[in-house]
Design a protein around this ligand. Structure first.
Ligand code: SAM
Length: 212
């Protein structure tokens, strides 16, 4: 039941609740939620990253079952892609697809044990209600090379409410990021209406920027 899954996911409070939720959701995430809701967001992020000239190695933040990396590959992206997610069950699904160089189980709100090696950082669906807030941005900047291209989705519900708009403006004003661009997209396609009228029209900001 994709709509019940989605409603529950957006109401999560805290990291433990979130990890437990994905433990149960992982096996039916692709065939249930993503297929039934015509989940377009990974494709939007992949297309924005490609259009911005994004290069590997790439880190996929909250990679889940690997839908964003799949879309990147379909669009011809040949660089290396690493996955980070705190749900081992979601990463197990991603691993079965054989797309990622590395699967790392870690909480992205805490410093990651990774050198600043990435030329690309991408994410779809992770910055949303009940999930991760703008406090993770500095963690992600720490693993990127200077000049790295970012393409991150932020659900419209939390864009202002959680302070992503001001956090990104502050990073730009401080000279830590440049070429900040925001594109609004539909999270789901037409099929979502019959599944879940409450969320079918959800929108997200795809945020593009480069590290300085
Ligand atoms: C809605 S899913 C998105 C998965 C995938 N990117 C997609 O678009 O299908 C959100 C993912 O973020 C992960 N996640 C949530 N909070 C996290 C955190 N603090 N650290 C790491 N991963 C987290 C969840 O485990 C889940 O796999």
């Amino acid at each position: 039941m994709s709509s019940r899954d989605l409603e529950g996911a957006l109401a999560l409070t805290g990291a433990e609740a979130c990890r437990a939720y994905y433990r149960d959701w992982a096996e039916r995430y692709d065939a249930g939620f993503a297929a039934e809701m015509d989940y377009l967001l990974p494709a939007h992020v992949a297309a924005a990253f490609q259009a911005a000239g994004g290069q590997g190695p790439v880190l996929d933040i909250g990679a889940g079952t690997g839908l964003l990396a799949e879309r990147l590959r379909e669009m011809g992206f040949a660089g290396e892609i690493d996955a980070v997610d705190f749900s081992p069950e979601m990463l197990r699904q991603a691993g079965q697809k054989g797309i990622y160089r590395l699967l790392m189980q870690a909480d992205i709100t805490k410093p990651l044990p990774l050198a600043p090696q990435y030329r690309g950082v991408v994410s779809s669906g992770t910055f949303t209600a009940g999930h991760v807030g703008p406090e993770a941005l500095s963690v992600l900047l720490a693993v990127a090379r200077p000049g790295a291209q970012f393409a991150l989705s932020v659900n419209h519900r939390v864009w202002r409410a959680a302070g992503f708009d001001t956090a990104l403006a502050a990073l730009e004003a401080a000279g830590r990021v440049a070429a900040l661009q925001v594109i609004e997209v539909q999270v789901y396609g037409a099929a979502a209406l019959a599944q879940d009228a409450r969320h079918a029209e959800d929108r997200a900001q795809v945020v593009l920027f480069q590290t300085t």
